[in-house]
Design a protein around this ligand. Structure first.
Ligand SMILES: *[C@@H]1O[C@H](CO)[C@@H](O)[C@H](O)[C@H]1NC(C)=O
Ligand SMILES: *[C@@H]1O[C@H](CO)[C@@H](O)[C@H](O)[C@H]1NC(C)=O
Length: 247
């Protein structure tokens, strides 16, 4: 008969806890809800997340506006961004604000406007390539859109000396666009849509949210965050008696 030591069972429980803590959560940022939940009135392109979202209806509507109150960010800093390009930025905002499946890539950050950010989210290659394809002739003056703007007018303007050029010259490849524009929030993944190994910016909500499975996959391989002190204490207490007995 195989005996399973109680501490081994508890260690497994602690592992499961650590993995679960990466699933179905919202990051601690500017507009996110503290916990995901249903949002019947999500707007436009954000509607994919209505069954379980980290964004409110208000945030989803603002995500579609130019210079919305969310971040006062101006997509049109080098002239009007064509709609076929802008829809990718709207979708990117929806994913960022609404997705409860980004847990494995949430990291702490010490910026003035958020305590947590996402880093290296593996974006499916087709989603990244379509984004680049549709934006290649749009104009911008910067590679990293997170910093270096002139904000004196209240919205982002190109800094002095930064010329407006086509995306395809600023970002020579799709990977350069997805990885560099938001300081590596995304990683260009060689995995394809539907593989269960990359996050989809776009999906058909009728078939369910494919990113749930992707988050579960990466959570099971993630380095574990430390379990809380109480759990460690409990573990210690339960491990102690046999140790004393054997000693
Ligand atoms: C969202 O909320 C903000 C702040 O309360 C408000 O200024 C804005 O008008 C709202 N937007 C929409 C689309 O309701
Ligand atoms: C920032 O923009 C303002 C106009 O909005 C301009 O007067 C100023 O020179 C700019 N500063 C830099 C450093 O580009």
């Amino acid at each position: 008969m195989v005996m399973v030591a109680p501490w081994a069972l508890l260690a497994l429980l602690a592992l499961a806890w650590a993995q679960d803590s990466l699933l179905n959560i919202c990051m601690d940022a500017t507009h996110h809800k503290s916990r995901p939940g249903p949002e019947g009135l999500l707007y436009g392109q954000c509607v994919l997340w209505k069954d379980n979202a980290c964004c409110t209806a208000n945030t989803s509507e603002e995500a579609h506006r130019d210079q919305s109150y969310l971040y006062n960010f101006n997509w049109d800093h080098c002239g009007a961004m064509p709609p076929r390009c802008k829809r990718h930025f709207i979708q990117d905002t929806c994913l960022y604000e609404c997705s409860p499946n980004l847990g494995p890539w949430i990291v702490q950050t010490d910026s003035s406007w958020r305590r947590e950010r996402i880093l290296h989210v593996p974006l499916c290659r087709e989603d990244c390539e379509q984004w680049w394809e549709d934006c290649q002739d749009a104009l911008t003056c910067k590679v990293n859109w997170h910093k270096g703007w002139n904000w004196t007018s209240g919205t982002n303007q190109c800094p002095q000396g930064a010329m407006c050029q086509k995306f395809k010259y600023v970002f020579p490849t799709a990977a350069a666009l997805c990885e560099e524009i938001w300081s590596h929030s995304y990683r260009y993944s060689p995995a394809r849509r539907g593989s269960g190994r990359c996050i989809q910016l776009w999906f058909d909500p009728v078939l369910g949210n494919p990113n749930v499975e992707v988050a579960r996959f990466y959570a099971s391989r993630a380095p574990r965050p430390a379990p809380p002190a109480t759990l460690l204490l409990l573990l210690g207490l339960l491990v102690a008696p046999p140790v004393l007995f054997w000693g």
